[in-house]
Design a protein around this ligand. Structure first.
Ligand SMILES: Nc1nc2c(ncn2[C@@H]2O[C@H](COP(=O)(O)OP(=O)(O)O)[C@@H](O)[C@H]2O)c(=O)[nH]1
Ligand SMILES: [Mg+2]
Length: 253
């Protein structure tokens, strides 16, 4: 079995992608399962085989401890530490060959608190990977694109797992916008040019400094443009995952 975490900023399309990509894998006759780790998700676009909300629901915690939405979410995430073993057992009961793990809406609550690293390490002892989603609509702005490179780099240094990058929602972008983002991912100078031309003042300086740090750390990006509406890019991603985890073969032989 392999376990793949889906990460990205709030609204980047994690849950929608989890729904559509698990269906795509099912269609390719993979024994796949979807896990929901978001204790605050009231409605999911897929049927989660394993669901953190069977143990922890944000709205119940808010009521029990008299907290508002933010306090409730923070406590809910901290409480997830206590159920990592339960979730591992639930996943192992299913014994799928590949497991797509949808993570909390607000990435910082999960990835940049202890629970993220704990889950990455202890949620079953199988080989794992990370899919980081660049929100296609937001990343048309070079500042947001660079910020996401920075976040993806931070995720990588925190999780230490093979990492794949997607640009989401390409069905909602026009051709020119998509081509521009792709050029940024292929050519560092194109991104530097866009930062120079379209940003001013502190935003420009900050982006330039962030790009320098990102380059120094040296994570490879080449994000795959995808759409969870049309399934564009899913085959590319599938091929890359198979190269890493199964030497190019299917997950379910
Ligand atoms: N057009 C389009 N919209 C998308 C796509 N993926 C997600 N969305 C929309 O983006 C919003 C946030 O998606 P969601 O999956 O809930 O994001 P999450 O917070 O990262 O889980 C929803 O309104 C989705 O319908 C896509 O591929 N194309
Ligand atoms: Mg979600």
């Amino acid at each position: 079995m392999n376990l793949i975490f889906v990460l990205g900023t709030a609204g980047s399309g994690k849950s929608t992608f989890t729904a559509k990509f698990t269906r795509f894998l099912e269609y390719h006759r993979e024994d796949v399962m979807a896990v929901n780790l978001d204790p605050g998700s009231m409605i999911l676009p897929y049927a989660a085989n394993v669901d953190v909300r069977e143990y922890i629901k944000v709205e119940e915690i808010m009521e029990e401890y008299g907290l508002g939405p933010n306090g409730g979410l923070m406590l809910a995430h901290d409480m997830m530490s206590g159920i990592v073993e339960d979730l591992s057992n639930d996943i192992e009961d299913f014994t799928p060959d590949v497991c797509i793990v949808d993570t909390p809406g607000q990435m910082e609550l999960f990835a940049f608190r202890n629970i993220g690293a704990e889950i990455a390490q202890n949620l079953t002892d199988v080989e794992k990977g990370v899919i980081y989603i660049f929100d296609g609509m937001q990343c048309r702005d070079p500042l947001n694109y660079v910020m996401n490179m920075f976040l993806a780099t931070a995720i990588n240094t925190k999780f230490f797992l093979p990492q794949y990058h997607l640009i989401s929602k390409i069905d909602a972008l026009d051709e020119y916008q998509l081509a521009e983002m792709v050029s940024w991912s292929e050519d560092q100078f194109a991104l530097e040019e866009a930062v120079d031309a379209r940003l001013t003042g502190l935003n420009r300086t900050m982006s330039q400094d962030m790009m320098e740090i990102i380059n120094r750390i040296g994570l490879e990006f080449q994000p795959i443009p995808v759409s969870s509406v049309t399934n564009d890019g899913f085959s590319d991603l599938y091929a890359q995952l198979m190269m890493t985890f199964t030497d190019g073969g299917k997950f379910t032989p």
